[in-house]
Ligand binder design. Structure first.
Ligand code: ADP
Ligand code: MG
Length: 211
């Protein structure tokens, strides 16, 4: 598969014992959901894909992204974006300065500002550049974190239960926005969750770990 994210015979071991195994191709614009209870190893699988596997773990198998074997690449060279449950905006920076962190270096300050404003518009947050992140709702923070990640131009997107802290009313709205923005960029998306509503909303294939 040329475009997309492939997990080839990926097995994660903890202290010599296999936690989970996954083999799957996720095409451009497709979503794969990996479901399983807390502690089954979902976040660890994503850590392996981002190149940040903690030392207690060992992994076998390969990760390919857009035709490149990234299994042993440095984390910052992988072009994999990730969104977490706790979206961790920098609290001492404005929303706009947070978004600037996603941008690659270079370009005029006007061009950078234009990209930040476009990003805010894309998630219905026009005019939020000067806001303090502390004044945003949970859903707004998630949308800023999404755009900060997308401004770094990833080739694949990982979602680690990013909607689980949002209340029901916002949850569906923010979730739809994340999937729509990923689809608009034709990104392959791997979501891990223990929530069957999230899995259903993703609309793609679902695999379940830990049965
Ligand atoms: P999930 O995301 O499915 O809840 P995790 O991948 O976080 O599961 O954890 C899998 C297992 O590894 C659990 O038993 C957890 O306690 C353990 N674990 C998680 N992170 C670490 C770590 N950094 N070092 C050692 N063990 C960990
Ligand atoms: Mg987890």
């Amino acid at each position: 598969m040329d475009k997309g994210l492939s997990l080839r015979d990926v097995t994660i071991f903890k202290q010599g014992k296999a936690l989970l195994s996954v083999t799957h191709d996720i095409g451009s614009g497709e979503v794969l959901t990996v479901m399983g209870p807390s502690g089954v190893g979902k976040s660890t699988l994503l850590a392996f894909i981002t190149g940040t596997l903690p030392t207690d773990f060992r992994a076998e198998g390969e990760v390919w992204l857009d035709g490149h074997n990234i299994t042993n690449a440095a984390p910052h060279q992988r072009r994999v974006g990730i969104l977490f449950q706790d979206d961790l905006l920098f609290p001492h920076l404005s929303v706009g300065a947070n978004l600037a962190f996603g941008l690659k270096p270079g370009g005029s300050s006007a061009a950078r500002q234009a990209k930040i404003n476009e990003a805010l518009q894309e998630v219905d947050l026009d005019g939020f550049a000067d806001r303090d992140p502390a004044t945003l709702s949970g859903g707004q923070k998630t949308r800023v974190a999404l755009m900060r990640m997308l401004l770094s131009e990833p080739c694949g997107l990982l979602l680690d239960e990013p909607f689980s802290r949002l209340d029901a009313a916002l949850r569906a709205q923010v979730r739809d926005m994340v999937f729509a923005r990923a689809k608009a960029r034709s990104l392959p998306v791997l979501m891990v969750t223990h929530d069957s509503d999230d899995a259903q909303a993703a609309g793609g294939e679902v695999i379940t770990l830990g049965d």
